[in-house]
Design a protein around this ligand. Structure first.
Ligand code: ATP
Ligand code: PRP
Length: 216
């Protein structure tokens, strides 16, 4: 396509991106939360949005099916980021990647004693690197969501998951024991498109940049 395609996921990324799109003069013609359409036009005939799963956003941008996208740092680290330029930390969808355990599980002493831990997570790469750096031996169990359940039913000793308010941990009698890293969403750009469509993309990137710095 000769215009710009922007990949976004529904939910918090779309909600928190809407003001940035507005700052760039882009208004979606439909609300993806209510529409079943996966390609959504905008007020600008040369700009369209595609609605993808959050964890698929880097894939669409990497292969050039989208020129721009917005993805969490968690998703980008798991994906690897090949072929992607990541010019801006948008400071949205902020949370923290944490290690959490059931109340009553003595994480510190398990680590001190060199116990082998069973870790349930959607974030295998991040978890593997975190525990390898600490020298803790782990068996990683891949889940696709609801990680908080795993230690409650004996599937794992600990989880690695995103925490924002802490409400989900509290509701399930878990406690965070370690922060792995802060997380926020980034603008991602297809590297080839950045060169080939520079004149079209640069003003959008700059509008996002100034919208972010005016909120800093
Ligand atoms: P998928 O649909 O691909 O499985 P998902 O369900 O994790 O992904 P969302 O819940 O929409 O997708 O989360 C999108 C991004 O928002 C995540 O990649 C993360 O960076 C961030 N995020 C996730 N949970 C929270 C939270 N509780 N508070 C703030 N930001 C969050
Ligand atoms: C995320 C994350 C936690 C929860 C943390 O889930 O996986 O479960 O948010 O937020 P809190 O600390 O404010 O409770 P999300 O709401 O995205 O649900 P999903 O992973 O099932 O999409």
């Amino acid at each position: 396509m000769s215009g710009i395609t922007i990949a976004l996921s529904k939910g918090r990324i779309f909600d928190e991106t809407a003001p940035l799109l507005a700052a760039a003069g882009i208004a979606p013609l439909e609300n993806p939360e209510t529409s079943r359409k996966l390609i959504i036009g905008t007020n600008r005939p040369d700009v369209r949005l595609i609605i993808v799963r959050a964890s698929d956003t880097p894939t669409y941008v990497q292969y050039g099916a989208a020129d721009l996208g917005i993805a969490g740092k968690d998703v980008l680290l798991e994906h690897g980021g090949e072929g992607l330029y990541q010019p801006i930390d948008l400071q949205i969808a902020k949370c923290r990647m944490m290690v959490a355990v059931p109340e009553g599980f003595d994480y510190e002493s398990a680590v001190r004693k060199g116990a082998r831990l069973r870790v349930a997570t959607k974030y295998l790469r991040i978890a593997r690197e975190h525990f390898a750096a600490k020298g803790v031996h782990v068996d990683l169990i891949k889940l696709y969501g609801s990680m908080e359940l795993a230690p409650l039913v004996g599937l794992a000793d600990v989880i690695v998951d995103l925490v924002s308010t802490g409400n989900t941990l509290r509701a399930n009698n878990l406690r965070a024991v370690e922060e792995i890293m802060p997380i926020s969403a980034r603008l991602i750009v297809n590297q080839a498109a950045l060169k080939l469509k520079h004149a079209l993309l640069q003003p959008v990137i700059e509008a996002f940049e100034s919208a972010v710095s005016s909120h800093a």
